[in-house]
Design a protein around this ligand. Structure first.
Ligand code: SAM
Length: 290
């Protein structure tokens, strides 16, 4: 049965016929507006022959447009109730495949089998940032990722240093990824209507963007933001890194990079963090292979 993905009443009827109930826990708000479906998929800019992953297809509001592209599409859905419906709608397409279960638990095996060129997802508000952090911290290198999220989360991903939105999450996302906001998505285009406004973000992998190990970079960022109110000096003194790298060397690395120890983490740019990590690498104190 072809579903009308532009009508809340038609979608409500489909859910009723299939005996499906929407789950708040899984953040199920479906995007039922052709303009935004089209804009978000356009932002992904998938090319012929590529492999695309969709995280959380729901009942297929984005999927029904993605399957019309000349790409291989793999979707990851946690709600087992939606699986038969997704197979009914898209299972006949030889370029469509489906992975049941929690994306966070299934994606690494799927990646080892066949990594995607691009990833897209209208992500649940509850786990959106966890999913993005898991992907980037695993040092993946696909071409582009496009996510629809709560607007505030998109602002944190794309924030510049010394702004109120800038956080450790901004530094984590912006290492090796060029992040840019796509556009806002109003609440009323979702069914059911969520409490928050959304936006979409594009993240392009920057192959030349990272020269220090991801784990060192991420640990340093975590330490910088242990407490937002504390100075870099105090955060580093009590952080994770000083269990591996001598505190005096950490301070020296900051000074060499021109970073004042009595400033705060939110003032540091990605390139300043890279400079500190590069200095640590050059001293040979960071364990090989980490
Ligand atoms: N893509 C659809 C759309 O745009 O209408 C649905 C988006 S809805 C905001 C989020 C979807 O992600 C739901 O279908 C939900 O069941 C699914 N989901 C939530 N957590 C998930 C997880 N950890 N792994 C895979 N899918 C998940």
């Amino acid at each position: 049965m072809a579903i009308n993905y532009e009508s809340a009443s038609a979608v409500a009827e489909v859910l009723k016929i299939h005996g499906l109930h929407l789950s708040k826990k899984f953040g199920q708000n479906f995007l039922l507006h052709p303009y935004y479906q089209h804009a978000i998929i356009g932002f992904l800019d998938a090319k012929e022959g590529e492999t695309v992953w969709e995280i959380g297809p729901g009942i297929g509001a984005l999927t029904h447009k993605l399957v019309t592209l000349p790409v291989k599409l793999k979707v990851f859905e946690i709600d087992r109730g939606f699986i038969p419906l997704l197979y009914d709608e898209f299972g006949h397409n030889p370029h469509f495949s489906l992975q049941e279960g929690d994306f966070l638990k299934t994606w690494k095996d799927a990646w080892a089998e066949s990594p995607p060129d691009r990833i897209i997802g209208n992500l649940p508000y509850s786990v959106g940032s966890v999913i993005i952090a898991d992907l980037v911290k695993s040092d993946i290198d696909c071409k582009r990722m496009v996510f629809t999220l709560q607007k505030e989360v998109v602002e944190r991903i794309t924030a510049k240093p010394a702004t109120k939105e800038y956080s450790g999450f901004s530094l984590i996302c912006q290492y090796k990824w060029n992040c840019r906001k796509g556009g806002s998505v109003p609440r009323h285009v979702f069914f059911p209507v969520p409490d928050v406004t959304s936006a979409y973000v594009g993240m392009d992998h920057d192959d030349g963007g990272g020269i220090v190990p991801r784990a060192l970079y991420d640990d340093f960022v975590n330490d910088l933001f242990r407490s937002r109110r504390k100075t870099i000096r105090n955060n580093l003194k009590q952080g994770m890194l000083q269990t591996r790298v001598n505190t005096d060397l950490l301070f020296e690395a900051c000074q060499k990079a021109g970073i004042a120890l009595d400033s705060r983490g939110e003032q540091l740019s990605v390139s300043e963090v890279i400079s500190v990590c590069t200095y640590i690498m050059e001293t040979g104190t960071w364990p090989k292979g980490l």
